[in-house]
Design a protein around this ligand. Structure first.
Ligand code: AP5
Ligand code: MG
Length: 213
C-alpha cells in the first residue's frame, strides 16, 4: 500500500503517519525528518536545507526529489510506504507519478488531514521533537513520560527552529501557495480522502483506518 499524507504544517501528518506505519508494517518516510537528521549530523545537504527551512521556505526540488526517489527504491519499501511531507509541489508529484507509472505502479491513497490555520500556530508552539528518532510530542496533548526526554530513545526533546510563530506563518503561506494545489491533483486521480484533523488523534486515526482497511 502506497500512501501520501497531505495537510498544512502541524496538521498531524507525522503523528498519523507513524501510527499507519506501525499498524500496516510499512516504512514511514518523512523528508522533513531526513533533512533534520542531516542538519543534526552537519552534512552538506543539511547545511543547504537549513537555509531554506529556517525561513519556512521549501527546499528546492533538485535537492528533494532524488533523495526521495532513492529512498523509495530501497528494499524495505517493497510492500509500500507512507510518505509524509512529500510531494509538496506539483512538480514533485509529477516526478513521483512518472517514476511509479514507469514501474506499472501508482499511489493508492492521498490522505488530507484537514486542520484550519487558526488551530495550527497553537499546536506548533507546544510541539517538542526528538531530532534523533523523529518522535513528536505535544506539551499538553501528547506529553512525554519524562519531561524533556524522548520516550523512545532517551535523547533530549527540542522546539524545532522552524516552529517559532513568525516562521509558522510563512510555512502556512507556502503551504497554501505551493502544496494545497496537490489536493486537486490527487482528487483528479481519484485517490484523495479527507479526514477532520481537529479531532483527538485516536479519532483521526480511526477515520484513516476506516479508509485503509
Ligand atoms: P516537515 O517536517 O514535513 O514539516 P511540515 O509539513 O511543516 O509539517 P510538520 O512536521 O510541522 O507537521 P505535521 O503535520 O507532521 O504535524 P505533527 O504530527 O508533528 O518539513 C519541514 C521543512 O522541511 C519544510 O518547511 C521545508 O522547508 C522542508 N521540506 C520537507 N519536505 C520537503 C519537500 N518535499 N520539498 C521541499 N521542502 C521540504 O503534529 C503537530 C503537533 O500537534 C505535535 O505537537 C503533535 O503532537 C500535535 N498533534 C498532532 N495531532 C494532534 C491532534 N489530533 N490533536 C492535538 N494535537 C495534535
Ligand atoms: Mg511532521
Amino acid at each position: 500500500m502506497k500512501i501520501i499524507m497531505l495537510g498544512a504544517p502541524g496538521a498531524g501528518k507525522g503523528t498519523q503517519a507513524k501510527m499507519i506505519a506501525e499498524k500496516y508494517g510499512i516504512p514511514h518516510i518523512s523528508t522533513g525528518d531526513i533533512f533534520r537528521a542531516n542538519i543534526k549530523n552537519g552534512t552538506e545537504l543539511g547545511k543547504e536545507a537549513k537555509t531554506y527551512m529556517d525561513k519556512g521556505l521549501l527546499v528546492p526540488d533538485e535537492l528533494t526529489v532524488k533523495l526521495l526517489l532513492d529512498r523509495v527504491a530501497q528494499k524495505d519499501c517493497g510492500n509500500g510506504y507512507v510518505l509524509d511531507g512529500f510531494p509538496r509541489t506539483i512538480p514533485q508529484a509529477e516526478v513521483l507519478d512518472k517514476a511509479l507509472s514507469g514501474l506499472g505502479d501508482r499511489i493508492d491513497y492521498a490522505i488530507n488531514v484537514d486542520v484550519p490555520d487558526e488551530n495550527i500556530i497553537n499546536r506548533m508552539s507546544g510541539r517538542r521533537a526528538c531530532l534523533s528518532c523523529g518522535a513528536t510530542y505535544h506539551l499538553v496533548h501528547i506529553p512525554p513520560k519524562k519531561e524533556g526526554i524522548c520516550d523512545n530513545c532517551g535523547q533530549p526533546l527540542v522546539l524545532r527552529d522552524d516552529d517559532k510563530p513568525e516562521t509558522v506563518k510563512n510555512r502556512l503561506q507556502v503551504y497554501h501557495e505551493q502544496t494545497q494545489p496537490l489536493i486537486d491533483f490527487y482528487t483528479a486521480k481519484g485517490v484523495l480522502k479527507t479526514v477532520d484533523g481537529t479531532q483527538d488523534m485516536q479519532d483521526v486515526f480511526a477515520a484513516i483506518t476506516a479508509i485503509l482497511d
